[in-house]
Design a protein around this ligand. Structure first.
Ligand code: FA5
Length: 349
């Protein structure tokens, strides 16, 4: 028994020194297996109990069990110390304020918003007010007050989203003309940007939700020359000094005369060709890009808002903002403006 007690004492000392020097979990596990495993040193000592005189065996068993309990407690302490050391290392790293932060990437103003801002800026510098209107409008403002009665075929040009009770998601920003003139006596000079909705199939030139920017000037003595001059200067401001504007006869029930407004294709400079014999894909070889509709406000619209058409006259226009964007940024597909692709938007910053 004295020999066993001595062996146990030496074993316990070696174990304590080894446990204190452990630096990792694997090492700790190896230590446990070496001493307390199935073939470990303690197990081998336990096997010697059978060689002792019977009256000493009980005491020897208890002595070994006590040593095992101490060893297990030491193993538990060492594991706890390892865990706290790992946590401390982790915490020290996570509060390293000198560690370079990941870049979060700066956003930018969306190109559609930028075109609206530039256009509004041009008009406010010339004394126009910026006006907004509702996106869901009664039929009256969308059509009737704009000289498009119920049975008029022009309603078909505005393939619309109908809500309950004769309310329409506005297919154009022209209702804002009527609301403004009903609210303010002449003269009025406004520019009105906003979202529009049409039941158009989406393709490279069409969206079902897009933006228009409307302009309206009504005063005494306003004529078509004012409209041409204003839109020509607007295009030069947006696209550059080389730009010209073309008016093609057209038809809108709320303007007379009416025109489609085109501007020089910025890609080919109006030649229709990008290289010898290579047709410009942007304008289809015509040298012009369509921006929208315009014309002189129809006398019926002036009468509807109680303006005297014999005294007052005015012009109006409505341009597609994304279509302006196609030409301005030389983009091939209008859907790029709504896909939220950060790479595309970063290019237009
Ligand atoms: C109108 O909407 C008239 N209200 C414009 C107007 C205002 C004429 C004032 C006279 C006086 P139009 O349907 O042609 O006209 O549309 C005008 C422009 O909106 C188009 O030239 C195009 O640039 C843009 N647009 C129309 N539909 C879409 C669509 N589905 N997706 C993208 N842009 C569109």
């Amino acid at each position: 028994m004295a020999g066993l007690t001595e062996s146990l004492g030496r074993l316990q000392e070696r174990f304590a020194a080894a446990a204190a020097a452990v630096t990792g979990e694997r090492e700790l596990e190896a230590l446990r297996v070496h001493y307390l495993g199935r073939n470990g040193e303690v197990t081998q000592l336990r096997r010697t109990i059978g060689t002792l005189p019977p009256d000493e065996r009980r005491e020897a068993g208890k002595a070994i069990n006590d040593v095992v309990a101490d060893m297990e407690a030491l193993l538990e302490d060492a594991a706890g110390a390892l865990r706290s050391r790992a946590l401390e290392t982790e915490l020290a790293q996570s509060i390293d304020v000198t560690f370079p932060a990941p870049s979060c990437g700066l956003g930018s103003i969306h190109p559609v918003r930028r075109i609206i801002e530039r256009t509004c800026d041009y008009f406010t510098r010339h004394g126009f007010a910026v006006v907004l209107g509702p996106e869901a409008e009664p039929e009256y403002y969308n059509f009737d007050a704009l000289n498009i009665p119920d049975d008029h075929p022009a309603r078909e040009n505005f393939d619309s989203f109908w809500l309950n009770g004769g309310i329409v998601l506005r297919p154009h920003t022209s209702p804002i003309q009527v609301r403004t003139m009903q609210r303010y006596p002449p003269p009025v000079a406004i520019v009105a940007p906003g979202k529009c909705y049409r039941r158009d199939a989406t393709d490279a030139r069409h969206l079902y939700a897009f933006h228009q920017i409307e302009g309206l000037l009504v005063a005494e003595g306003i004529h078509f020359g004012h409209l041409k001059g204003t839109l020509e200067h607007l295009c030069r401001e947006i696209f550059g000094p080389q730009q010209s504007v073309r008016f093609r006869p057209s038809y809108f029930p709320f303007t007379e005369p009416s025109a489609e407004v085109d501007t020089t294709c910025p890609k080919c400079g109006g030649t229709g060709h990008v290289a010898e014999n290579a047709r410009c894909a942007m304008c289809g070889g015509s040298g012009w890009i369509e921006l929208g509709g315009a014309g002189m406000v129809h006398p019926n619209v002036l009468l509807e808002v109680k303006y005297d058409p014999d005294k007052y006259s005015g012009w109006a226009f409505g341009f597609g903002v994304e279509r302006l964007g196609l030409a301005l940024y030389e983009v091939d597909d209008i859907r790029r403006f709504v896909n939220s692709d950060p790479d595309f938007l970063a290019q237009l910053r």
